[in-house]
Design a protein around this ligand. Structure first.
Ligand code: SER
Length: 315
């Protein structure tokens, strides 16, 4: 991993992963690419930035060729709730876009990281300690596109030897760039609203368990899996990585330790509640721990403290 292209670089994961990769590899060795023609200045100032449409394969090829890219972090994707409202778009970006990246990776011999998700599981999957290898029958187009992505990545590895790797991310919590259109977005909004207004109206029921993770751990997972010894990684696409299993009421209790007058009420969104109910409460990630040493750093209260401090400072 010497020259890296990051697609979706202005997104929730991409904006922080790009920074971490630039610190590790050097600013000029990480090419950020996003779909916005005029991204925020911070993306342009911190290293090479290009506008990229993952559905136009020639634009991916041009960047890979120009910069002699050897590794692609392919993060451009549509999240679950948005995809459910426009399934064709979800498929087009999440699957057709990935096919383009894999074809370019095959041609130019690049390694590829593709994030998978808790969304690959469905109602028939065991909800607690969801195993690495288990039933994957998702009911959302997002989940279907992510299962397809896992299979495509495995296919390109076994058929063409493309070094594809991935992790199944939980819902990700961060303060630098907001997520957009996900089912787990409440777990970000709750912190911003707690600092700003001391109250939050949640669209999921108080007792809805979901796997969640703080962004520094998500960034660490993305870098560690791509630098892991190829001899030891047998599962490749994609590894369960777990950190915290939380509900809105558990997060509320943690916030109240710092902001005692914070209050929450509930107005349930049936679409996102149904999606959340079809996802695991907690994945079991023993295989990632054994095969490449995965280990999260943050627990709930450490994350809450860091989120509230950073959001307060930026106001
Ligand atoms: N955070 C994503 C979503 O809610 C799941 O991977 O769509």
């Amino acid at each position: 991993m010497k020259k890296v292209l990051v697609t979706g670089a202005t997104g929730q994961i991409g904006s922080e992963l790009t920074t971490a990769l630039r610190e590790k590899l050097g600013m000029e060795n990480v090419i950020a690419a996003g779909h916005k023609k005029t991204p925020e200045q911070r993306f342009i100032d911190s290293g090479p930035f290009h506008c990229l449409d993952v559905n136009r394969i020639e634009t991916i090829a041009a960047l890979v060729e120009r910069y002699k890219v050897d590794t692609i972090y392919h993060l451009a994707a549509i999240l679950s709730a948005t995809a459910e409202k426009n399934p064709q778009l979800g498929w087009h970006i999440n699957v057709d876009g990935l096919c383009n990246v894999l074809e370019i990776a095959r041609e130019y011999k690049c390694a590829v990281f593709t994030p998978s998700s808790i969304g690959v599981f469905g109602a028939e999957t065991p909800k607690d300690n969801t195993p690495q290898d288990t039933i994957q029958r998702p009911s959302t187009i997002y989940g279907i596109s992510k299962v397809t992505g896992e299979l495509l990545c495995d296919y390109y590895f076994t058929k063409y030897g493309v070094d594809t790797r991935g992790v199944r991310y939980p819902g990700l919590i961060s303060y630098k760039t907001p997520p957009g259109g996900g089912t787990t977005d409440y777990a970000v909004e709750i912190y911003f609203e707690a600092v700003k207004n001391r109250k939050y109206t949640c669209y999921l029921k108080p007792e809805t368990y979901l796997d969640l993770m703080y962004m520094p751990d998500a960034v660490k997972a993305a870098i560690d899996i791509m630098t892991a010894d190829p001899e030891t990684i047998r599962h490749r696409n994609a590894y369960n990585v777990s950190s915290m299993s939380l509900t809105p009421e558990i997060i509320t209790a943690s916030i109240k330790k710092i902001i005692p007058d914070f209050s929450i009420d509930y107005k349930i969104d049936p679409l996102r509640q149904a999606i959340a109910d079809s996802w695991p409460n907690k994945m079991e990630d023993r295989v990632a721990r054994e095969e490449w040493g995965w280990m999260p750093d943050y627990d709930l209260d450490a994350m809450t403290e860091d989120m509230i401090r950073n959001i307060s400072q930026s106001r």
